[in-house]
Ligand binder design. Structure first.
Ligand code: NAP
Length: 349
């Protein structure tokens, strides 16, 4: 019997599942991994994820999610939106130590807000079990969590830009403009993710209502203590595979006293003890974040101190999905927060 954590990745043939496997296979505390897939059951993991061939010759299991969760220290759910709430009862009945869901099913405690963006919830009774796992903000507060809802990819970038501003006295609704690569749409091809439609092209989607706005609003209202606080997320498809670039724009009625030394110093202070947020003195570039669990941030304040722009670059599959989920696992279980996550990016890519 192998020592170390016994982990299951459910939905392991997808892009987020593959990223979890890549990182978990190099995690020093992980002993045994079962990777489930309905469509790939019995096939080598390296068929769906060829880059993992040097790390594993294991095959996908066809176990049901409930079976896969039995006897597991940690279960990651990397399923299409709505599936994890449908499966939640079976998973919890299996008694795993920690469940980490990468979908949006359990990210929003306010059911009215959830249903406004996602429709009816399949298992509202399980929502209270979950802690929203924005790892770079919560840090050690995740210790002991037994169920974690990993934030969405756009929502992670948006909230890392927003969080330090909760008490900065923003005058108008903060606006968050993000562009993502095609891997954000998952492994199943669709007309809007087809290469000829996507290469050399940029287009907005989910106009006036991208679903990640719900969790951004949920956090922003909690942080500001204002149940009516607004934040606007505008999302776009970009002609690359990995990575999200997001810019926040906000206005103040006067220069915030907390930014007397400038916006960079303010963001450096906010993230002083956070290992995976790097505050830069110039605008980040997407390819400097790709492949890593780091979020790269730059903040700039206008000369009159009334206008702020904040840029965030992250890898949607690492910081925005598998990497942050493993960071949350590390924090929940009391491991070194960076265990298995220290790889830097792969510039140029
Ligand atoms: N892609 C990103 O950048 C990203 C970032 C953050 C969060 N997420 C979230 O992570 C989740 C997965 O995203 P993804 O991009 O990896 O999607 P994906 O590539 O479409 O993969 C989802 C996988 O889930 C499996 N699945 C679905 N229903 C299942 C069931 N009932 N039982 C077992 N397996 C099932 C499918 O595999 P089989 O059909 O083989 O079982 C599929 O490969 C989504 O909720 C997404 O919103 C994605």
């Amino acid at each position: 019997m192998s020592s170390g954590l016994r982990v299951a990745v459910v939905g392991a043939a997808g892009y987020a599942g593959g990223e979890l496997l890549r990182l978990l296979l190099g995690h020093p505390a992980v002993g045994e991994i079962v990777a489930t897939s309905r469509s790939q059951a019995g096939k080598p993991i390296s068929e769906a994820h060829p880059s993992l061939a040097p790390l594993t010759d294991a095959r996908f299991s066809g176990m049901s999610p409930g079976e896969a969760a039995i006897g597991r220290d940690v279960v990651f759910l990397a399923l299409e939106q709505g599936e994890s709430s449908r499966l939640a009862a079976a998973i919890f009945e299996s008694g795993p130590g920690l469940v980490i869901d990468l979908a949006a099913d359990f990210r929003i405690a306010d059911m009215r807000l959830y249903e406004q963006f996602y429709g009816q919830h399949a298992s509202p009774d399980h929502v209270h079990r979950f802690t929203y796992g924005l790892a770079d903000v919560l840090g050690d507060k995740l210790r002991g969590a037994t169920a974690i809802a990993a934030p969405g990819c756009f929502a992670t970038a948006a909230q890392l830009a927003l969080w330090p501003l909760a008490s900065a006295g923003i005058e108008t609704t903060p606006v968050l403009f993000g562009i993502t690569g095609s891997s954000g749409a998952g492994v199943s091809p669709r007309p809007s993710t087809h290469h000829p439609a996507r290469a050399n092209n940029v287009f907005a989607y989910s106009v006036l209502g991208h679903r990640h706005e719900a969790e951004v609003l949920s956090s922003w209202r909690e942080w500001t203590g204002n149940a009516d606080a607004q934040a606007r997320l505008m999302v776009h498809s970009g002609p690359w595979v990995r990575g999200i670039y997001l810019t926040l724009h906000a206005r103040f009625s006067e220069r915030p006293s907390t930014m007397a030394d400038g916006a960079t110093a303010f963001y450096c202070d906010a993230y002083a003890d956070r290992r995976f947020v790097r505050v830069l003195d110039r605008a980040p570039e997407l390819t400097h974040a790709v492949g890593s669990n780091y979020a790269l941030i730059h903040a700039a304040l206008s000369d009159d101190g009334r206008e702020l722009q904040v840029m965030v670059a992250e890898d949607n599959l690492v910081k925005g999905a598998g990497g942050q989920a493993i960071q949350a696992m590390n924090l929940a279980l009391g491991f070194d927060e960076a265990a298995g996550l220290t790889a830097v990016g792969i510039f140029p890519c």
